[in-house]
Structure formats: structure tokens, C-alpha cells
Design a protein around this ligand. Sequence first.
Ligand SMILES: Cc1cc2nc3c(=O)[nH]c(=O)nc-3n(C[C@H](O)[C@H](O)[C@H](O)COP(=O)(O)OP(=O)(O)OC[C@H]3O[C@@H](n4cnc5c(N)ncnc54)[C@H](O)[C@@H]3O)c2cc1C
Length: 290
Amino acid sequence: MNLWQKYVRPSSVKEAVQALVSAPPPAVPIAGGTDLMLDLKQGRHAPVHTLIDLTFVDEMKRLELRGNELFIGAAVAVNRVAADPLVAAHAQALVEAANLIAGPQVRNAATIGGNVAHALPAADGTIALTALNAQAEVASPEGTRRMPFTALFAGPGKSSLDKSREIIVGFYLPQARKGQASCFKRIMRPQGVALPILNCSVWLEREGDLFKEVRVAVGPGGSTPFRAAEAEAFLRGKPLTEENFSGALEALLAQAKFRTSARRASADYRRHIVGGLFKDALETAWGRAA
Ligand SMILES: Cc1cc2nc3c(=O)[nH]c(=O)nc-3n(C[C@H](O)[C@H](O)[C@H](O)COP(=O)(O)OP(=O)(O)OC[C@H]3O[C@@H](n4cnc5c(N)ncnc54)[C@H](O)[C@@H]3O)c2cc1C
């Protein structure tokens, strides 16, 4: 049986949305295909009638400064995110996450938008973008709108987008200023591919020896990409000391809902190792922001 009947290549966002709403259903966007093709072939995704290739949409392949923000199109390949000097300057955590996704061949095809749209709570690019406080630009037949990044997710593997009429165009990130820095770290099985046992991303702003602002994301720390808001609140206005780190970790552990995943790790194991990973990411970002 064919996994799809028709393949279309729009070249603008408008055409892509138009194709999504007007093509014979079911119509599904495809970017790098590194998740979708496996899901189709292995029966985790029902066969589709029309695949809408987003990788020829010019706007979605842009990566540039716009005003005081960095724009990264959803169809930008992960290896380009990893190598781009603008991303390095403004979103180091995202460079680190992109460099760890899969191997070079997959990174050449996989896109940052596909990483996010698949809506897995431990996807590496997704966790970095969560800590970086990205905003998503979403297109529908009514036009485009911006939404907070975390509002994109409805559950494990379930985005909040109306898949019959909406696509992610790209992501906006605030430009980094002096005193701000970020970091991404993960723990992975030595032979592991795809998702990590645990990942953690931190963005922070220092005011001398105090946390002026801090954001912490952990994957998988819940059914959607998890922000450790309680730990962030605990650290704000304080210096980085052993005692304050312990308080922040306690707050993170009280808030996170670690899950057991059959092939990767138990919830207990994740609770046990998250402290070391969080500390490593926090101290690295703290040092970078000095
Ligand atoms: C061997 C291997 C190793 C991997 N390792 C990792 C890893 O270490 N870390 C990690 O996080 N991931 C990993 N992945 C998963 C995958 O490569 C990434 O999630 C990748 O970024 C997905 O992007 P894509 O462009 O290939 O998405 P696709 O497969 O094209 O699409 C994925 C889903 O998103 C939808 N979609 C895509 N783009 C958009 C858009 N702009 N708007 C709306 N919907 C959209 C599609 O319809 C589909 O449902 C791995 C995959 C493989 C095969």
C-alpha cells in the first residue's frame, strides 16, 4: 500500500496553508521527514493522501536578525542551526542541542520546526527553545500570529496546532545582551539514538553575583516540555551558592513529573540524576554570563 498519493511543494507560507486546507485529506506537512517517514513506514501514523513539503518555502528557511530578535524558520535544518554564528551569539543552548540531535546524516535533513511540531517533551531542540523563551509564529488561512512557545504543546506527541489548517512558520528569540547566557546538556545511553534519558537547558541573566532572571527547562519533566518555574522563582535575586542550588533542586523535584519510558529510563532514575545535570547546566551558563 502506498503511504501517500500526492506530494506537493509550495514555495510560500500562503501556498502551504492553502495546500493544507484544500488538498484531498488527509494532508500532512512534511519537513525533513526523519520522524514522519519512520512513523508512516512503521504504522504509527495512518497513511496520508497528500504530503506538503515545507522545505521549499522561502520564509521558513530564513535565519536572520529582525529588529531586536533572532528569527529561525521552522524549515531550517538542524545542522544549519548548529553551525550558524547568529545562533551561537544569541542562543548558545540551541547550538548545543542541535549538535547533539542524532548523527550528521539525520541533522542534514531534520528541521528545527519538525523537532518542535512532533511535540515530544524531551526533544532536544524543543527543550533548548523552551529555556530560551522562544515565541512561535503560526500560519493559518486567516494569516499569521505569534504564540508563546509552551502554548504549542497539548500532550506527549500532541501539539496544540489544528493540524488540518495550521503550520509553524518559525521561531523568534530575544537577542542576547551582556550578562545573559544559556546552556544545554543531556544524558544519553552510550548506544542510544533519538531521545535522551534526560536533558536540561538553562538561560539566565546575572546582575553581578545575583540571578536577575533565570529559566530552566527539563525533558522529559512532564507530558509537555517542562519549565521548572518553582526553581526559577527560588533562584531569582539570589547568588549561586550550594545552599541556593539545593533549594532550587528541591523546588524542581517537587514540581517535575518524571515519567518511566520503556526503552530509556525509569522515573526514579531520572529523579536521581537530574540534580547533577541541572547543576552542570546552571554553573556553565552562570560562568558564561560573567
Ligand atoms: C536516527 C534518529 C536519531 C534521532 N535523534 C534525535 C535526538 O537525538 N534528539 C531529538 O530531539 N530528536 C532526534 N530524532 C528525531 C528527529 O530527527 C527530530 O525530531 C527532527 O528534528 C524532526 O524534524 P523533521 O524535519 O525530520 O520532521 P518531520 O519528520 O518532517 O515532521 C515531524 C512532524 O512534524 C510535523 N511538521 C514538521 N514541520 C512542521 C511545521 N513547520 N509546522 C507544522 N507541522 C510540522 C510533521 O507533519 C510531522 O507530524 C532522531 C531521529 C532519528 C531518525
